[in-house]
Design a protein around this ligand. Structure first.
Ligand SMILES: [Zn+2]
Length: 92
């Protein structure tokens, strides 16, 4: 079991729904829960999932080719983007 940094755990807890956080890139979207993870139409699908589960949405300024990594789950991607401050906890 991975132990998450306290700051990241606090960030997750601050989300509207800590089980879900919808990341919307330029040509992809992914949710913390793994609902999607890959190059898909980011517009309506992401918004619909966020609405369904009461999740927050964050814009990520990267194309899928930039964030793709072998075997990386949506949760791992979320964490790495947070580490890089591409998901900024200070943004509303
Ligand atoms: Zn989700």
């Amino acid at each position: 079991m991975t132990v998450l940094p306290t700051e990241y755990a606090a960030f997750l807890a601050s989300l509207g729904n800590p089980e879900h956080h919808v990341m919307v890139g330029t040509d992809w979207w992914a949710c913390l829960c793994g609902a999607a993870n890959g190059p898909l139409n980011p517009g309506a699908e992401a918004g619909y999932h966020a609405w369904q589960v009461g999740a927050d949405v964050v814009q990520v300024p990267w194309q899928w080719s930039h964030v793709e990594a072998d075997g990386q789950t949506a949760a791992e991607l979320h964490f790495s983007l947070w580490e890089c401050e591409d998901i900024d906890p200070r943004k509303g």
